[in-house]
Design a protein around this ligand. Sequence first.
Ligand code: DGT
Ligand code: CA
Ligand code: CA
Ligand code: ZN
Length: 580
Amino acid sequence: MRNAEVADLLVEFADLLEARDVEYKPNAYRRAAENVRDHPRAVEDMAAEGEDAVAEIDQVGDAIASKIVEYVETGEIEELEELRTELPVDMAALTRVEGVGPKTVATLYEELGITTLDELEEAAEEGRIREISGFGAKTEENIRENVAFAREAGERQRLGHARPLADDVLAFVRDVDAVGRAEVAGSIRRWKDTIGDVDVLVASEDGPTVVDAFTDWPRADDVIEAGEQKASVRANGVRIDLRVVVPAEFGAALQYFTGSKDHNLRVRNLAIDEGLKMNEYGIFDISDVEDPDADQRAGERLGGATEAEMYEPLGLPVFAPEIRRDTGEVQAALDGELPDLLEREDVRGDLHTHTEWSDGGYTIEEMVAAAAECGYDYHCVTDHAAGPGVFGDAGLSDDDVREQAEAVERVREEADIAVFHGVEANIDADGDVTTSDDLLAELDIVIASPHAALDQGEATDRLVRAVEHPHVDVLGHPTGRLINQRAGLDVDFERLAEAATDAGTAIEVNANPARLDASGDGVRAAVDAGAPIAIDTDAHSPSEFEYVRYGVHTARRGWAEPADVVNTRDADGLRSFLDG
Ligand code: DGT
Ligand code: CA
Ligand code: CA
Ligand code: ZN
């Protein structure tokens, strides 16, 4: 049983509770689900040790732990089965449609008997949804437009879900005696925000032995296919393709299977111009070959053991996988203008984090200590200010923030690193920042993020207003998207980046793997305009500091160099940015 299976069940539980208007509990189930999904241990094994073991997982309380144990032991959760009987729908698929939440699903079922995505699409096309009171033609149109997005979202995994599995399988195959080099390839090596499947490439003279070991990987739930040099398994809901090649052709295969297809096409065309042929077996001079297509290895072999051997005959460097996107990287290389990309070690602190004062799970002291543990020079405490889109009592009032300032001051006196205090304020539908200017003026740092009206479509003006606000230092998760779940705002990043440059406001790369917002394309616009960038984890617990790598690699997809990124500065450098 996969952790993903248990996590999906908890999400469904949350949705069914929400459909019945239950408060608070749904969010607890959702948070638990995400921590179960990516927990390094199999939750099944933990369940065998009892409820207490399961409750060790971050955000999993006793009640949820007991439901998980019930599922592992009996194959079902009684309470969930009852909820399903009352609302027998494909909740996961339906709620993937933008603008369709669990309560809408309940209404659609009660009014029209809709249970699946196909039925929803049909009802929208036949104009039956607008007939429901409170829905209207605009809602129906939205649903019709968003069904395709929802279908696609079901087929791709978030990077943050697939990447830890990829790391694990890579470590596992590297330990196999018959394996020489091993690397991931494909979209996972390019750190794309969603992943179709994980590609693993191994250099070995003994394919069958490697395939045997791979299909015995303990985390593999089932073997999809297994041949002499290739195999595919499924693990925690992710398909993993393994390919074994001889060492002399490893670089060629790695270059080929890393992609992207468009990057490879661009490079291959350069090769053709030079009378060369490159493919997954190597790079060849085919000027004396009559029929080069007859044999994939025909011609004079120029290289293929390493990626460098593949690119070098073309006068090209080994491109960082993140920028192999055919967005000008080949021309930049020929012009000697490739960026010197940001690295994780360049990041010296986090600008956006939460504590138990709002919806985080840990104290100010604990979060500061964890930041120091990461080797950071400073830490920023930015809990939610009350405002539109901040649920329940998670948002702090002005008085709360002032009280927290005193608490931060006490921690600051004992801390080994610099501590900055601020808030994550809210941008309303019109672009106003809803916290009072008086309070914002007292704080070291102000993040402003959209949390409400995330389905309004085009929102560039709204965000431009926010970055131009005199007290705002960082625009948090600009589009508000949730990968595979919510498309978020439509933003013209070129225009936003210009405004951010003029105002001296940083555009955030929110490194939470559900967000990766701004994405690589947004970062690229910021870099081109010269706008400052902030890489933030938005950590709600110490373990989430680890997300920084997703932020760094996303920024690299947008060609970010250390100088583009505010939090590569030391504490004094950050202070001068915030004061500027
Ligand atoms: P994914 O898995 O959908 O997230 O994206 P990729 O890029 O990992 O794609 P995948 O797994 O289908 O193939 C891995 C790489 O192999 C891809 O990036 C480029 C290369 N590749 C696969 N099929 C073709 C092809 O038909 N033509 C070319 N030129 N390259 C291919
Ligand atoms: Ca792939
Ligand atoms: Ca593949
Ligand atoms: Zn936040």
